[in-house]
Design a protein. Structure first.
Length: 460
């Protein structure tokens, strides 16, 4: 048996058009909220006290709204052409503009705003967003429709250079974190600059990260007002040379994420190489005990690469048992990891690092492992860049700096979770919308039809 109940419903649109509300009804399972714009007070908006006359032939516009009811919700606006006399007693014709909605998309701004937030900020795929709107809010939307919204909004948003100026006016930055990645389906490189506030300031797509493109990109960022005193990147020669050319007085620190990633890559290769060797030895000698140890090494391979502080109680117990069985390699391997953790997380001076590095060199040489020896080579080649925070005043807080890599993670997440960012233009639109919503708190839905001017942010 169907039960009828009454509920209150309020939204930005109903608040805006309280004087034009004329009733509600249910048609074919859809809740219709009816507004007659001929009853709305347009005198203040038009700047006239003259009576408004309406044509006798009205029409209506239906707009979808987010529904919290069992039925979908549609606004129905009754519209007609109006006319009034201006101060010169000339007849002026106008058609009422419906605010808070998109008449081209037949959606309320709240629908468009939520779709953009889910797609760009939360990284939900367009296909899943369409499914959520259909199931939760009973609004029929396709993923291609959402993509069109994003492209329409991105087209009307200010240029990347203007967005950067607004970001710097809101919160000045003195750091430059630069990195690059290669999107799926293309050989081009997308370079990203982030700041100490973890904001993605600007991106640039180039044929590759090698060459003069990085210098031109940084020069463009500098021309927009970014004054850099500290710079961070991986050990890419094009990035380091670009930083030296554009910001010659900036202190350079090798990005901690890439430094650790490089070292842990050698640790992983060493562990897997050792495991392959003992497995081959077990198979050659038909040794079941050694074969079981090889299986345990494979099972615990990710745990063996973790910091001691990140191990669970079960993992600590399992590794302790494995160390008793293999006191040679496993015990020394875990000791090397502890030494590395001390170097990067618990030392506060270059002298302390040199003492720990001396001990690390002895431990690695004792194992005679080619992959582990590459860690020592890395330290010898990148000592100045990787540990500059220990020598330069004010750089200590950047020991864990990896803002440039976090920019890459955002772009990779968007690319992976969506049904494909097919063009550089769409990728740029995603980035601009992300900046507008996340950093500037703009109502991006307002940009979908006419692209209003970005409000001027007072300089700090």
């Amino acid at each position: 048996m169907a039960v009828t109940i009454q509920m209150q419903f309020a939204s930005a649109v109903t608040e805006m058009y309280q004087d034009a509300f004329v009733g509600s009804a249910i048609e074919n399972g859809t809740t219709i909220i009816l507004f007659d714009l001929r009853q709305h007070d347009f005198h203040q908006e038009l700047g006239t006290a003259s009576p408004i006359c309406w044509r006798k032939e009205p029409y209506h516009v239906d707009i979808h709204e987010l529904s919290t009811f069992h039925n979908p919700i549609t606004y129905r606006f009754i519209v007609a052409q109006g006319a009034y006399l201006n101060a010169q007693h000339q007849r002026v014709y106008f058609t009422p503009e419906i605010k808070g909605v998109s008449t081209s998309q037949h959606m309320s701004h709240s629908v468009i705003r939520l779709a953009c937030y889910l797609a760009v900020v939360c990284g939900v795929s367009l296909r899943h967003i369409a499914l959520l709107f259909s199931v939760l809010f009973l609004i029929p939307i396709t993923k291609s429709s959402i993509k069109r919204w994003i492209d329409d909004i991105g087209t009307h948003l200010p240029a990347p250079e203007e967005m950067l100026r607004q970001l710097l006016a809101l919160a000045p930055a003195t750091e430059c974190h630069i990195d690059g990645y290669y999107p799926l389906g293309t050989d081009h490189c997308v370079m990203v600059v982030k700041d100490e506030h973890d904001r993605m300031l600007m991106t640039h797509e180039a044929a590759s990260e090698n060459g003069d493109d990085a210098r031109q990109f940084l020069q463009q960022v500098k021309d927009c007002g970014l004054k850099v005193t500290a710079a961070f990147s991986d050990d890419s020669q094009s990035f380091t040379e670009a930083i030296k050319a554009v910001y010659p007085h900036a202190r350079f620190q090798a990005d901690h994420f890439h430094t650790v990633k490089n070292i842990w890559g050698h640790l992983k290769k060493s562990l897997l190489s050792y495991r392959r060797n003992i497995k081959a030895h077990a198979e050659a000698n038909n040794d079941a005990q050694v074969m079981e140890r090889a299986k345990t090494l494979w099972k615990l391979r990710w745990s063996l690469l973790k910091k001691p502080a990140n191990l669970s109680g079960e993992e600590k117990q399992a590794i302790a048992e494995l160390e008793r069985e293999d006191a040679g390699f496993v015990h020394r391997f875990r000791h090397i990891i502890r030494q590395l953790v001390n170097i990067f997380d618990h030392t506060h001076s270059e002298a302390q690092v040199r003492i720990r590095l001396k001990q690390l060199r002895q431990d690695i040489n004792a194992l005679e492992d080619r992959n582990l020896e590459k860690i020592l080579t890395f330290f010898d080649d990148h000592w100045e860049q990787a540990l500059r925070y220990l020598r330069k005043k004010g750089m200590g807080k950047h020991r864990r700096g990896s803002n440039s890599e976090s920019g890459m993670r955002l772009l990779r997440r968007l690319e992976k979770n969506h049904d494909g960012i097919r063009s550089a233009a769409t990728r740029q639109h995603y980035i601009q919308i992300y900046q507008a919503m996340k950093y500037l708190s703009l109502d991006v839905a307002a940009f979908i039809e006419k692209g209003p001017q970005m409000p001027r942010i007072p300089r700090v």
